[in-house]
Design a binder for this molecule. Structure first.
Ligand code: PBG
Length: 340
């Protein structure tokens, strides 16, 4: 018998052959573009640790939205950097809050573009936690009050839906947040507004640049009593399952790169769309290495996002969205990795 019996290289022999047998393809439809909106006029301020990502005031938003639409992106994710913060995060649910204003403006300009609203309190509280803080009488320690936080989060979600948000994306990791938000949305007449649940959100050091960008670092303690321990995969399934039972419409895993196994587990176990969040630190690492000439940015980004999709992500939130859309739009077969 001739040797080798199996010749895998036959199907890699040319670009056409590789295009023919490629198992999956990243498309512009898979991407969500995150945007940081801030107060003021004429603000277009680059975030130092995230080159190419900006704080935009409302007037600067129009050009960003036009560009997203032109590139064929289907959705943007909004983060607000508000004028004022207080202990209870009241600027999060203010009808005239920065996120609510941005939603109205985008929906007026580009009604077809999906607007996803991040629903959390950390940018809006002076202590920087994702929920309300209360002092435990017995121990004197500051604790995150889960159930009181739910009320504020639900109110925030309703204000975002009322402003026109197409999808509510709660990232706070409080217990019961999907149920609380679903009930409040339904009661306010937004029963058709889906919830993209940050179901499995790990207490990750990869959020560093985002916290700088959103001015949302906790002022004391950390987020480990609500965000998950990176070591726990089975617990991730429990988190996702509770969100499914509470009525989530999408399940998110965050961050993405160090958690590809979790993406695959959710994909195999549940039937809802799986979302991967390619977070700020993952973006900054690539940018820094590319700026030094140590890696090929485009090739590395395509490989990372392809890996996320192969792992099971149906949707990818990434600060590279505009670049990737540009690359995909300019490559004939939609796979720029082969044209390099
Ligand atoms: C918190 C929130 C975080 C991110 C989005 N919303 C992280 C955190 O500080 O816990 C991180 C996103 C990123 O790093 O890109 N509501």
């Amino acid at each position: 018998m001739a040797f080798p019996v199996v010749r895998g290289r036959r199907l890699r022999s040319s670009a056409a052959m590789r295009n023919l047998v490629r198992e999956m393809q990243l498309t512009v439809n898979d991407l969500v573009h995150p945007i940081f909106v801030t107060v003021g006029e004429g603000v277009r301020e680059e975030i130092p640790s995230m080159p190419g990502v900006f704080h935009l005031s409302l007037d600067q938003l129009d050009a960003e939205i036009d560009e997203a639409v032109e590139l064929g992106l289907q959705a943007v994710l909004l983060f607000g950097v508000p004028a004022t913060k207080d202990a209870v995060g009241s600027s999060a649910y203010d009808e005239a809050g920065i996120v609510q204003q941005a939603i109205r403006r985008i929906k007026a300009r580009a009604p077809e573009l999906l607007v996803i609203a991040d629903t959390c309190l950390c940018q809006f509280t002076d202590h920087g936690h994702c929920g309300l803080v209360h002092r435990d009488e017995a121990t004197g320690r500051a604790v995150i009050d889960n159930d009181e936080s739910l009320k504020v989060l639900a109110r925030t979600a309703v204000s975002q839906a009322a402003a026109g948000a197409d999808i509510i994306a709660p990232s706070n990791m409080m217990d019961g947040y999907v149920q609380a938000i679903r009930a409040a949305l339904d009661e306010a007449g937004f029963e058709n507004t889906p919830i993209m649940a940050y179901s499995v959100k790990f207490a990750s050091a990869f959020y560093g640049p985002f916290r700088e960008a959103a001015h949302s670092a906790p002022q004391f303690g950390d987020r480990k009593t609500y965000q998950m321990d990176p070591a726990n995969g089975r617990e991730a399934l429990r988190e996702a399952e509770s969100d499914v039972l509470e009525g989530a419409d999408f399940l998110m895993v965050k961050p993405a790169l160090a958690y590809m196994d979790i993406i695959r587990m959710l994909k195999d176990r549940f039937d809802l769309p799986v979302v991967a969040y390619n977070v700020s630190g993952e973006y900054s690492m690539v940018k820094a290495a590319a700026a030094n000439g140590w890696i090929d940015e485009r090739a590395v980004v395509m490989e990372m996002l392809t890996g996320m999709k192969r792992a099971g992500a149906d949707i990818i939130l990434t600060y590279f969205s505009k670049d990737v859309a540009r690359w995909l739009n300019s490559s004939r077969n939609g796979c720029p990795s082969d044209s390099q």
